[in-house]
Design a protein around this ligand. Structure first.
Ligand code: RIB
Ligand code: CA
Length: 311
């Protein structure tokens, strides 16, 4: 039986690669892609999702448009990293099809409630859609197999000393998700910063047909944000980690820990606080990725590109 997936994302250069990785899994049934603002405005992230799915040969996958703002306040745009339209200056043919009538959080809830099987949720943007779905329709919790998410960090931040962009963009939604009692696999910056793709590997990927060329473009544009920093020798392809884990869990070292999100700190609102040494006694609510097999991850990306080329 095919594994059922809902993919919530804000494409997004690294979301684009994560989506490629997911679409290449022939034993997955991707029920829908739901979009959220974050890396760009919701209009762009939604159009990018439509265009990417069409490019990957899956224009049949439903797309539901999500929230343009977090539960509280406003999103800080990631356009300085991903370009004003979300995928730098990569030009894809414009997909003309319709999006779903329901808003993303309602679509997620309805899809889960209608399903006789449990569904895996991959979340690679701010958790607004997923948090709203859980908050408004708690009966869906029994239908969620797991949420594999890119967000947060054990220590280091990218939009503040200790805050990661997705969790910082919607701390309330993050709080809802981590307190829902559902199984969570968390891929934070602590592990995505280890799981880099080197420039020579981008060159190898670029040689792998039209999907390799697109993947390499995403990696190269994304890497522009990191290449001048002394501690990055390759591109941290954050979002693909949350997908790769579901394909090959042994690529990651996971530990069951307590994670809370800071909702109030004047310097740390949106920070995920991971009790790595279990000193608080708080409940273990997330499997947190602490290390990865980088080479195995890159091989998985290459396999996915080849798989799409052969389809
Ligand atoms: O902090 C990295 C995350 O922020 C990734 O999901 C990236 O796409 C951006 O949204
Ligand atoms: Ca993302």
């Amino acid at each position: 039986m095919k594994r059922k997936i809902i993919f919530d994302c804000d494409p997004g250069l690294d979301d684009a690669l994560a989506l490629l990785l997911a679409v290449a899994q022939r034993d997955w049934d991707i029920l829908g892609v739901t979009t959220i603002a974050g890396n760009s405005l919701i209009e762009y992230t939604t159009q990018n999702a439509l265009d990417l799915l069409a490019y990957y040969g899956r224009p049949d996958i439903p797309v539901a448009k999500g929230s343009s703002n977090p539960i509280l306040g406003r999103f800080a745009s990631g356009s300085h990293v991903h370009g004003s339209k979300g995928i730098a200056n990569i030009e894809l043919p414009k997909a003309k099809r319709e999006i779903e009538k329901l808003r993303a959080h309602e679509w997620i809830a309805q899809t889960l409630m209608a399903s006789t099987e449990k569904i895996m949720i991959i979340a690679t943007g701010p958790l607004t859609n997923v948090g709203m779905a859980i908050s408004l329709y708690p009966e869906i919790l029994d239908k969620i197999e797991m949420i594999s998410l890119m967000g947060g960090s054990v220590h280091v931040g990218n939009v503040g000393a200790v805050m990661e962009a997705n969790t910082k963009n919607d701390p309330e939604a993050t709080h809802i998700v981590f307190n829902a009692g559902v199984k969570i696999a968390m891929f934070g910056l602590n592990v995505t910063y280890q799981t880099v793709i080197y420039p020579y590997e981008m060159d190898e990927i670029a040689q792998l047909g039209k999907f390799g060329a697109l993947a390499a473009d995403c990696l190269r544009y994304h890497f522009k944000n990191y290449q001048d920093l002394p501690y990055f020798e390759g591109d941290p392809s954050h979002d693909s980690c949350a997908v790769a884990y579901l394909i090959q869990p042994e690529l990651f070292t996971m530990e069951n820990l307590n994670v809370v999100v800071d909702l109030s700190g004047s310097y740390s609102r949106g920070q995920t606080i991971v009790d790595q040494h279990r000193v608080t006694g708080r409940p273990l609510n997330a499997w947190v990725a602490l290390a990865s097999n980088r080479e195995g991850f890159v091989a998985l990306i290459k396999d996915a590109v080849q798989c799409l080329n052969q389809a």
